[in-house]
Design a protein around this ligand. Structure first.
Ligand code: SF4
Ligand code: SF4
Length: 180
């Protein structure tokens, strides 16, 4: 699993992000969508600095590690502002996270259509499909955030996780009880 992440895991994640980011920024710059870009940066900053920590990361074992700065295979370097909570993500948190991710990574669609940048629309969409596919198969199958809505860790490894992380086991059982 990725509870113990290495520099290489972080590089893998960065390479995937760059694959999508290059055609995205190219199209936004060619189309001179300066206000659109500024809004995207604002939304991305708000998401990565606070919203994602609040609804996703604070329920992840990486968040429980010592220090104010997050260290993991994806969001290393961001601050841990909300308090750690070992319970699983709730349904509403999962839906908000998926919607916010969709807004950030499908943001280019109306801009590229309105400016008729068909090649970059195709390239960015292809990059998004390739990145999602690769992430799902290489990272989400071994990521220790088991309540992330796109987590794909097999059941036997999940079982081992709860045996080794009793704090999460207790919090998940309590959460299930409270919601039954
Ligand atoms: S692995 Fe995912 S959920 Fe956990 S801290 Fe990193 S980005 Fe957040
Ligand atoms: S399951 Fe995948 S998307 Fe979710 S936190 Fe882990 S690596 Fe990120």
């Amino acid at each position: 699993m990725l509870c113990i992440h290495t520099g290489k895991d972080l590089v893998d994640f960065a390479v995937l992000f760059i694959t999508w980011a290059v055609p995205f920024f190219a199209g936004m710059i060619i189309g001179k969508f300066w206000i659109g870009l500024a809004v995207w940066f604002g939304l991305a900053l708000l998401f990565f600095v606070y919203v994602e920590a609040l609804i996703l990361c604070r329920h992840c074992p990486h968040y429980a590690e010592e220090g104010f700065i997050l260290r993991c295979h994806a969001n290393s370097g961001f601050p841990k502002i909300p308090k750690f909570n070992p319970r699983p993500m709730g349904r509403i948190e999962q839906v908000i996270w998926l919607l916010y991710v969709a807004v950030l990574f499908l943001y280019y669609v109306p801009f590229f259509i309105s400016s008729e940048q068909w090649l970059l629309l195709g390239l960015t969409t292809w990059a998004l499909v390739a990145v999602s596919w690769t992430l799902q198969r290489t990272q989400c199958t071994r990521c220790c955030h088991l309540s992330c809505p796109v987590n794909r860790v097999p059941d036997d490894i999940r079982k081992g996780f709860f045996e080794n992380y009793p704090e999460f086991d207790r919090a998940w059982k309590q959460h299930k009880q409270n919601n039954s």
